[in-house]
Write a protein of this length. Structure first.
Lengths: 207, 316
């Protein structure tokens, strides 16, 4: 049990890229194309990969059903769970930003600023110590639409190139946290499986 | 569909009671006496001596003459208040407790949870450190699964931060990065603060096998407080190494205390396959000052519900 390890991978581009880093190592897995399976083991059966929704990766790791997880910093910031964050995998780079129409934002200090976002907890934490009353409107997609149709004054979202914002006439008002793919670890696994975890860190490009 | 039946629940309670009796017997055999904390505490007294705690989490009660009381939100400070009103530091006092605490949960419900633990007051520091760590390890040993006791000292990082010229926000930022084992984040922040070339560059190397950690720590410069941390850990190791298999205890000098009144050795107990800590404790001489008398003090708390769950799984 001590040298078996379970890694939760965020479904999608970010997780796939993380998985590629294990290629040509003894932890590599082979998947049939278009497979819908969610659990894979490596050839020796020591490493198990599970594919889950990005926001669930942090939960799986915190609850210890996965020892490690590969997930974006945006999700880690939003979920704010009790896990170690031991590596920056240095890809999937983008940033959180506040965006909106600059000219339409008169002084909002005494007014409630309406913020649309997929990341309500994160928005809350950003505005916690600011002298600004806010209302958070949680959306699940197409956040850029919100200021266009008057649902919100601004948005908080991840920005890579800024093209989507520009196409919709929005501009960045403030840059927030830098985002990239991260390796997170359950606190108990970190102690019990320290050697295996260090090996994985080396595979993923750490020292 | 019903997911639990009353008879099953009673079985669990019976099992838990058995573990409780076993632990209480062990404490008593080692000279610890049961202490029953008071359930009601005066609200204004609590707020005065726990200004750092969020008092909105305490459960309030009005007495007949409309004074505000709270249901005890923790045990250690509760029993310290009781003890220090009747004890002047000698002879050493060893107590254990097994009582419920009450706190408001974020969802508005009231949380009631058992806390079990021991406190050793007024005893020689080295002797008490060894006794308490030994007892913690013994209790963990009853789980029947691989366990690890993670040991560190709050004095090491406290001492280190005194050498650095950081304001409070910067220090708490650095502490936060260390507590997340966030090596790259720490490196970037240290660079921004032009703080490279200190032990902080190597802080995550100072964890693992007891002997190796001490050796590596000794290769870095230390002030007297950091030196004390290492000396205390070293003597603990010498007193204990014959008793434990080497895998059972790991040192971690990058460990941060859960409670800010700890000042000295701190420890957490983990069990393979259980995602939360089973046991946690440390030395808190500094806290006793708030009760008017500084004495050596150390103790730990054990999560009896978790212990019960693990032992039931193992014994079935």
């Amino acid at each position: 049990m001590m040298d078996n390890i379970t890694i939760a991978i965020a479904k999608g581009r970010l997780g796939e890229r993380g998985l590629e880093l294990f290629k040509n190592t003894d932890m590599e897995i082979v998947r049939e194309e278009n497979s819908r399976k969610l659990v894979f083991k490596d050839a020796k059966g020591k490493t198990t990969y599970i594919f889950v929704k990005p926001s669930d990766v942090v939960t799986y790791v915190e609850k210890g059903v996965a020892d490690l997880g590969i997930v974006g910093k945006d999700v880690i910031l939003e979920e704010n769970k009790d896990v170690y964050e031991i590596m920056d995998l240095d890809y999937g780079k983008c940033r959180f930003a506040i965006a909106g129409f600059k000219d339409r934002l008169s002084d909002k200090k005494n007014d409630v600023l309406r913020i649309a976002s997929k990341y309500p907890q994160y928005v809350q934490s950003i505005f916690e110590n600011r002298d600004q009353r806010i209302e958070i409107i949680k959306l699940n997609g197409s956040v850029e639409l919100a200021p266009l149709i008057g649902l919100s004054d601004v948005i908080v979202d991840i920005v890579e190139t800024g093209n989507t914002l520009r196409d919709n006439g929005l501009e960045i008002l403030e840059d927030l946290d830098q985002i990239s793919a991260r390796l997170i670890v359950n606190k108990v696994s970190y102690r019990f499986k320290y050697d295996v975890i260090q090996k994985i860190e080396r595979i993923l490009g750490g020292e | 569909m019903r997911y639990t039946s009353i008879s099953e629940e009673l079985e669990v309670t019976k099992f838990k009671k058995r573990v409780e009796r076993e632990f209480e017997g062990y404490f008593e055999k080692n000279g610890f006496n049961l202490i029953e904390p008071r359930i009601f505490q005066k609200y204004d007294m609590y707020v005065r001596s726990n200004f750092r705690q969020d008092s909105s989490r305490t459960v309030k009660v009005l007495s007949g003459n409309s004074r505000i009381y709270i249901l005890r939100p923790d045990i250690t400070t509760n029993i310290l208040g009781e003890i220090f009103s009747k004890w002047d530091g000698e002879p050493p006092l060893k107590v254990y407790y097994n009582s419920k605490i009450y706190l408001n949960r974020p969802d508005g419900k009231i949380l009631e949870n058992y806390q079990m633990g021991i406190e050793s007051l007024g005893e020689d520091v080295f002797k008490a450190d060894q006794e308490i760590v030994h007892m913690g390890t013994r209790l963990m040993g009853t789980l029947g699964r691989p366990v690890i006791l993670e040991l560190g000292s709050s004095k090491y990082l406290d001492g280190l931060f005194k050498e650095l010229d950081l304001d409070q926000d910067e220090e708490s930022e650095i502490r936060d990065l260390i507590s997340k084992k966030n090596r790259y984040g720490l490196r970037i922040r240290l660079k921004e603060l032009e703080l490279e070339g200190t032990v902080l560059d190597h802080i995550f190397e100072l964890q693992g096998d007891m002997r190796e950690v001490i050796q590596r720590a000794n290769s870095h410069p230390m002030n007297s407080e950091m030196r004390e941390a290492i000396d205390e850990l070293e003597s603990l190791m010498e007193g204990s190494s014959s008793r434990y298999s080497s895998g059972e205890i790991k040192f971690d000098l990058s460990m941060l205390p859960d409670l800010d009144y700890y000042d000295g050795i701190i420890f957490k107990g983990y069990c393979l396959g259980v995602p939360n800590k089973i046991l946690s404790g440390g030395r808190y001489d500094r806290l006793t000052e708030e009760f008017g008398l500084r004495v050596p003090a150390i103790g730990f708390m054990i999560d009896l519900d978790l212990v019960t769950r693990i032992r039931m799984e193992e014994e079935r």
